[in-house]
Design a protein around this ligand. Structure first.
Ligand SMILES: Nc1ncnc2c1ncn2[C@@H]1O[C@H](COP(=O)(O)OP(=O)(O)O)[C@@H](O)[C@H]1O
Ligand SMILES: [Mg+2]
Length: 248
């Protein structure tokens, strides 16, 4: 299938410990570039990602390139071609950059794409022997994103890769994502609207475990009133290059 969204999520529901965390998430990820998933803290963004990957029990429909994955186990979903950079980065601090990448290798037809990773992030080649725990936040994100590019994935999911980073490093990570998205489409969970503005063409906004809005990112960011209502953005236009805390 080559038309329609790359990933189509419909009425995704997640129930954990008797609590309905998601009750009706719809999300289309475009075949090219960056699609942003937005929403205040606790809206259900990470749970949506974990639902797509099968890391939490879920119902509804999750189609990757037309193929239904909602009843597949995580290892099968991942092998269909989804790379995941989790919220906490999942870096092994006591291992080198090279070892972190090697751990992410999956046996596949073409072998790991170190050429692509090092072409996009030459810094990872230069710092191959450095312990990942001694890297800057931005460099650690390069490892986390680089890992997702190793295995010929069809889709990369990055969960709040700029969270907690200094403004200068946020810019660095945005560049990293921009480069990655030239190679593979990206679903980007992001609260920093300056990053969304720069990278994303499409976006979806979650509120209380549901999709509250989907459409072109520029449209949402150009509509201060709607952005404020959905994202709890503070006063003024959402153009500053600062990180946006949705909740206090
Ligand atoms: N494993 C879990 N058990 C119970 N509640 C959870 C679990 N994971 C997430 N939640 C709750 O579900 C809601 C959505 O969480 P999450 O998906 O992490 O939101 P976001 O990533 O948008 O900040 C929150 O209220 C959170 O406390
Ligand atoms: Mg989250």
């Amino acid at each position: 299938m080559t038309t329609g969204p790359l990933l189509a999520v419909r009425d995704l529901r997640v129930l954990i410990g008797g609590r309905h965390i998601l009750h009706g998430v719809d999300l289309d990820v475009a075949r090219h570039g960056v699609t942003a998933l937005l929403g205040r803290n606790g809206a259900g963004k990470t749970t949506t990602v974990r639902g797509v990957l099968g890391l939490v029990p879920r119902t509804g429909s999750v189609r990757l390139d037309g193929e239904e994955t909602v009843s597949l186990p995580t290892h099968t979903v991942v092998r269909l071609g989804i790379g995941y950079a989790p919220e906490d980065r999942g870096i092994f601090a006591g291992l080198t950059v090279a070892e972190n990448l090697r751990l992410a290798e999956r046996r596949g037809a073409d072998g790991p794409a170190y050429g692509l990773v090092h072409e996009l992030f030459p810094e990872l080649k230069r710092r191959e022997r450095q312990l990942a725990g001694t890297l800057s936040g931005g460099q650690q994100q390069m490892v986390a994103i680089g890992r997702t590019l190793l295995n010929g994935n069809r889709l990369i999911i990055a969960d709040e890769p700029t969270k907690g980073l200094a403004p200068k490093v946020v810019t660095e990570v945005a560049q990293v994502l921009e480069r990655a998205a030239e190679a593979v489409p990206v679903l980007l969970v992001e609260q920093n609207l300056a990053v969304v503005r720069r990278l994303a063409e499409h976006c979806a906004v979650l509120a209380d475990g549901r999709t509250a809005h989907q459409g072109p990112a520029a449209e949402l960011l150009g509509d201060a009133e709607t952005a404020r209502r959905l994202l709890g953005v503070g006063h003024g236009p959402v153009t500053r290059a600062s990180s946006v805390e949705a909740d206090s």
